[in-house]
Design a protein. Structure first.
Length: 294
């Protein structure tokens, strides 16, 4: 992994042994209950939550894992690790169990973090006190949403070569993830830093290949089961913060969330993109912090 400016990411690394010599990196910053668990997606890493950790660290314990193959976690090949949704959920559950948390937590999710985080949460709804949902899903692709062409390309041999040979997925995300304003070069480099070689880009590709689009795809039944259990959180205080110019997680996904969790407090940043925490930080960070502290 290429070095990241410590002024941007001034945190102490922690590592959790997942067995077979694989280490899962996570942040464990601040102190105070209830703890806040932040689950990132693809192709980001714990760096995405750095400003929220800074804002909450004085009052809450903030736990932010890097999925295996992402961020500062180990990046094994396919023989050493199963890059599947079920494995991701198992990893998260093992990490949470190892921390021996005493109180229900606030769960913050973004992108693939929604499916992974809710995959754990529906099995343990009593361990979740609040929810913060950021441009993500925990249900199958809505029927009125076409699978984006760029993601479809990534699942082809050409797309796979571009992702692993040229870091196309991570690079592209830094270009389109912020729509309100262009991502600065130093921030863009930090997002791409973990994915600096062919071998280190395996997870950014496997995540896209693992998107379950139909019953024949591994993980599709799991996604359906998670969606069928979202009602468990109908009484859970929930905030949805949405970047309105996300070309993947757009209004069709937001409508689904409103149906599943009608009690949610919804804030749409109409001119912000997929990386809403980055793109609209000056509005979103205080909004989320106040909700969590309430």
């Amino acid at each position: 992994m290429s070095p990241v400016d410590p002024t941007l990411y001034p945190f102490t690394p922690h590592f959790f042994d997942r067995g077979s010599g694989l280490r899962m990196h996570y942040l464990d910053e601040g102190g105070g209950d209830p703890p806040v668990l932040m689950v990132h997606g693809n192709p980001s890493w714990s760096f995405y939550y750095r400003n929220l950790v800074r804002a909450l660290g004085c009052s809450h314990r903030c736990i932010v894992p890097d999925h295996t193959g992402m961020g500062m976690s180990d990046k094994p090949d396919d023989e050493a690790y199963a890059y599947t949704l079920a494995q991701r959920i198992n990893d998260l559950e093992a990490l949470i169990d190892s921390l021996n948390l005493k109180q229900p937590l606030t769960l913050v999710v973004h992108d693939w973090g929604g499916m992974i985080g809710f995959g754990w949460a529906v099995k343990h709804p009593e361990k979740v006190s609040r929810l913060v949902i950021l441009n993500t899903a925990a249900f199958p692709l809505p029927k009125d949403k076409a699978f984006p062409g760029l993601l479809r390309l990534t699942r082809t041999p050409l797309g796979a070569f571009l992702v692993r040979g040229f870091n196309a997925f991570s690079w592209g995300a830094t270009k389109v993830g912020c729509r309100r304003r262009k991502m600065s070069p130093d921030i863009s480099r930090a997002y791409r830093a973990p994915y600096d070689s062919w071998n280190n880009r395996i997870a950014t590709l496997r995540f896209v290949q693992d998107i379950p689009l139909g019953p024949k795809d591994a993980g599709f039944k799991l996604v359906e089961d998670v969606a069928a259990n979202l009602h468990r959180f109908n009484a859970t205080p929930t905030m949805i913060v949405w970047g309105g110019k996300d070309f993947v997680f757009d209004e069709t996904f937001l409508r689904q969330w409103r149906k599943f969790l009608p009690q949610a407090e919804v804030h749409v940043m109409a001119d912000a993109g997929h990386y809403v925490l980055e793109d609209a930080a000056e509005e979103v960070i205080p909004l989320i912090s106040n909700f969590i502290r309430a």
